[in-house]
Design a protein around this ligand. Structure first.
Ligand SMILES: Cc1cc2nc3c(=O)[nH]c(=O)nc-3n(C[C@H](O)[C@H](O)[C@H](O)COP(=O)(O)O)c2cc1C
Length: 433
């Protein structure tokens, strides 16, 4: 049997059609054998059986770090506590990322069933679906799907007619980037502002929501769960690579002919995604660089695009898969301008509670703006790496490290362009397009 590469989606989707996608109905979800994993889990597998399957499936988190999902669940299962929680993270506010928005819109029941299965496996009676507050229509679709799923007995006081009780609630995220960080998420669910907690000691699996062991999983991660439980581990592992099984919903943006959403087996080459699925670089231009995993992961130059898009292959070349936000840049892109764009984003999105983050991201923006305007000198070039080196790894969360990785990797990859800005006292690319 030839396995389809689409598990979570119905096919590739051009970016401009995203807002027109309608959710599949409950009946259609049932027709696709939806809500059959749940009774199988409850009546046959039990919580430990579900956990075991997710561990053996090799599913890794789709929220950025690629952490093994089964291992994350197991850490919570092993803790003794009065209550345990599950939070589904659909805060999604990184540049170039819109896969969770699509998954929420197109197939809310897939996510709901996955979340109920995860809650069942870890022993959580409460689930928070944490959704970007600006995704108003998606929230509406999710509310309707939740209502139907509850009426049909899939969640609530008597899940699948048993004495099991699992409640699901939507919590709106403030629609800022940092609000997607897992401990900032917990703060928001508890009713405070989106400011990350210090780790240690506040690892969600140990002291999470209301101090209780908590699993925080990305919406795409949870969307995979019902498929794995229903179709089996061996089936799941036929897609992807041995260490990165399954598919990933890539979001392809930037200077590419067909920007959009492409669900592909992990391990597909970056070249294939850009050239075959994305139709190549716009206007027949040469490719210059790509962020293969959003701006918080190292940029790579055009000669590296034969890399496989999986967690380990990208790590091996010093980058990362992140959330699968692939951002393409053509020969016309000014790499100082690109760095400014991301530095400004991180500076704007810094929550401000950690001084190195607030000051570091602002300072990086200033240095880059000075260079771009032709006012920079050799000292400014040195400062880029110095500031990045100084701030990396500081702050309560990864935002600052992500910011320094973006800026530093662009600088290191395209140093000669920065030198040209300083020597020519202007952008050397102006007027060349
Ligand atoms: C600044 C920042 C923003 C983040 N935003 C998101 C987000 O929008 N969605 C998400 O799933 N994870 C986000 N993360 C990662 C989460 O902290 C967490 O690792 C993830 O939700 C875990 O899910 P997973 O194990 O399923 O990947 C963010 C991390 C940082 C540092």
């Amino acid at each position: 049997m030839v396995q389809s590469r689409h598990i979570l989606t119905d096919g590739d989707l051009p970016l401009e059609q995203l807002s027109t996608v309608q959710p599949i109905s409950y009946e259609e979800y049932l027709r696709r054998r939806g809500y059959t994993a749940l009774p199988k889990a409850i009546h046959t597998l039990g919580p430990s059986g579900v956990l075991e399957m997710i561990k053996r499936s090799g599913l890794r988190g789709r929220g950025g770090a690629g952490f093994p999902t089964g291992k994350k669940w197991e850490m919570v299962v092993q803790r003794k506590a009065d209550r345990k929680y599950l939070c589904c993270n659909a805060a999604e506010d990184e540049p170039g990322t819109f896969k969770d928005r699509y998954l929420l819109r197109s197939n809310p029941h897939q996510l709901i069933e996955g979340a109920i299965l995860a809650a069942f496996a870890i022993g959580a009676a409460e689930v928070y679906l944490y959704i970007n507050g600006r995704y108003e229509e998606e929230i509406e679709f999710m509310e309707q799907a939740l209502q139907t799923a509850k009426e049909k007995g899939h969640w609530g006081k008597q899940v699948e007619g048993t004495s099991l009780s699992i409640e699901l609630k939507i919590c709106k995220s403030p629609g800022t980037y940092v609000a997607g960080e897992e401990t900032a998420l917990l703060e928001v669910v508890e009713g405070r502002s989106a400011k990350p907690r210090q780790k240690p000691p506040y690892y969600p699996a140990i002291q999470g929501l209301y101090g209780m062991p908590t699993v925080v999983n990305n919406a795409e991660t949870l969307s995979n769960v019902a498929h794995i439980i229903r179709e089996g581990v061996d089936w799941f592992r036929t897609l992807g690579t041995a260490t990165s099984p399954g598919t990933l919903v890539f979001t392809l943006t930037g200077d590419v002919n067909r920007p959009g959403l492409y669900e592909l087996p992990l391990g597909t080459s970056l070249r294939e995604l850009i050239e075959e699925y994305g139709g190549g670089v716009c206007g027949g231009k040469q490719l210059k660089a790509v962020f293969p995993g959003g701006p918080s992961n190292t940029i790579i130059a055009a000669d590296q695009i034969d890399v496989a898009l999986d967690f380990d292959a990208l790590k091996a070349i010093g980058s990362g898969l992140g959330t699968g936000a692939v951002i393409v840049m053509s020969e016309d892109a000014c790499m100082v301008q690109s760095a400014i764009q991301y530095a400004r984003f991180f500076a704007r999105e810094s929550c401000g509670q950690c001084p190195p983050c607030k000051l570091g991201t602002a300072h990086l923006s200033e240095i880059l703006e000075k260079i771009e305007s032709g006012q920079g000198d050799e000292k400014d070039l040195q400062q880029i790496e110095q500031v990045c080196g100084m701030v990396k790894g500081r702050g309560y969360c990864y935002l600052l490290t992500g910011a320094s990785i973006a800026v530093e990797s662009i600088f290191r990859c395209f140093r000669e362009e920065y030198v040209a800005h300083v020597q020519q006292r202007a952008c050397p690319l102006v007027g060349t397009a």
